[in-house]
Design a binder for this molecule. Structure first.
Ligand code: KG4
Ligand code: ZN
Length: 337
């Protein structure tokens, strides 16, 4: 079964063709980073307009690269939630048009389920159940993937996502958007532990995260240093912050793995590209004696291949939308149509 995947939830327009949820036949991504960099972050309306401009061309490219045509496909998968609403609507409406004209089933996909499914494209042996740490710009959660379309959230952030914390601190450090990537590069030349940051626990919810205190403490430190004219070891600062975030993430991942009796671990989402997080997760998995699945760097960020991969599993169990499909800015990963 071949599915077309469409992803427009944030600042990347992407279209892909994937076979049986596992084989990437094509995947084209047009990033808007250069445009949004001028403003230091994503400008939603500009994102929507850029998606509208690119989507037809990228679809044609994805089909050509895969050596296929609409008539040879089995479904149209599209990110329908969560994300920037105007951006999502471009992809959803385009997918509805394609499904309407071709008669193919229309498969709405949860963006974070897509991130989890990026692992299926790289690891043929990975099958649920497994425990997944989902870390992106907007979300940070620990999710039990009980089956391909059955998810249970064990812990979530109460405030900022890990990616948001990286991005905001990076911005004050004067690094270009998207800050997480630049912070990672800078931190690789630094010494972790040179700076100390607070780590927050949520009382009564040991698997929940909180990153806003850490973010504020880091930003305050930078502002104070600047006001006092103190020299800042920027690389050490970045390395220390990453270690602290990885500590919080891997500490909860370990607890959740022990409590749930997980037999395999995975990472998903943009922040899973982080070098410190990947190393720390590998160390943890080694200590627990569990296999760890990491998405390849090329599939950590937003892409449509992961949407088409998850779409295959959604279609298989009949999670198909009718012509009234709408997009939603937020929706739990547990939600199935
Ligand atoms: O999953 P994603 O591409 O978009 C969302 O669904 O939000 O994640 C984007 C986030 C941004 O916060 C970005 O700074 C972060 O992932 N990110 C990283 C790295 N690469 C991307 N954060 C830390 N280290 C990285 N190497
Ligand atoms: Zn994402």
């Amino acid at each position: 079964m071949k599915l077309l995947g469409i992803e427009t939830s944030c600042d990347e327009t992407s279209v892909a063709v994937v076979e049986d949820g596992r084989k990437q036949c094509s995947c084209v991504v047009r990033s808007q980073i250069e445009t949004h960099r001028l403003y230091g972050g994503v400008v939603p309306e500009i994102a929507s307009r850029a998606h509208a401009e690119s989507i037809s061309q990228l679809t044609a490219q994805a089909l050509t690269l895969a050596g296929t045509s609409l008539s040879e496909l089995d479904g149209i998968a599209v990110t329908a939630w969560p994300g920037l609403i105007g951006a999502l609507l471009v992809g959803v409406n385009f997918a509805k048009g394609l499904a309407f004209s071709s008669g193919l089933p229309l498969v709405p996909v949860h963006h974070l389920r897509g991130h989890v499914a990026a692992n299926y494209l790289a690891h043929a042996e990975l099958v649920p159940p497994f425990l997944c740490l989902v870390v992106s710009g907007g979300h940070t959660s620990l999710v039990l993937v009980e089956d391909y379309t059955i998810f249970r959230t064990l812990g979530r952030t109460r405030d900022d996502a890990a990616g948001e914390c990286f991005d905001k601190v990076a911005r004050v450090l004067g690094l270009p958007y998207p800050g997480g990537v630049a912070l990672d590069q800078l931190g690789q030349q630094g010494r972790a532990g040179a700076y100390e940051f607070p780590s927050a626990e949520v009382r009564g919810a040991p698997l929940d995260f909180s990153f806003s205190g850490l973010k504020t403490a880091a930003i305050n430190h930078l502002h104070h240093a600047e006001q006092k004219g103190e020299a800042l070891q920027r690389a050490d600062f970045a390395a220390s912050l990453m270690e602290c975030v990885a500590d919080a993430l891997c500490g909860r991942l370990e607890l959740a793995a022990r409590e749930s009796g997980a037999t395999a671990l995975a990472l998903a989402g943009g922040v899973s590209a982080n070098s410190v997080l990947r190393r720390r997760a590998e160390e943890l998995a080694g200590r627990l004696g569990l296999p760890l699945y990491l998405p390849p760097l090329s599939l950590c960020g937003d892409n449509a291949a992961m949407i088409a991969a998850q779409g295959f599993y959604e279609l298989r169990v009949g999670h198909v939308a009718d012509s009234s499909l709408n997009a939603f800015a937020s929706r739990e990963i547990e939600f199935s149509i």
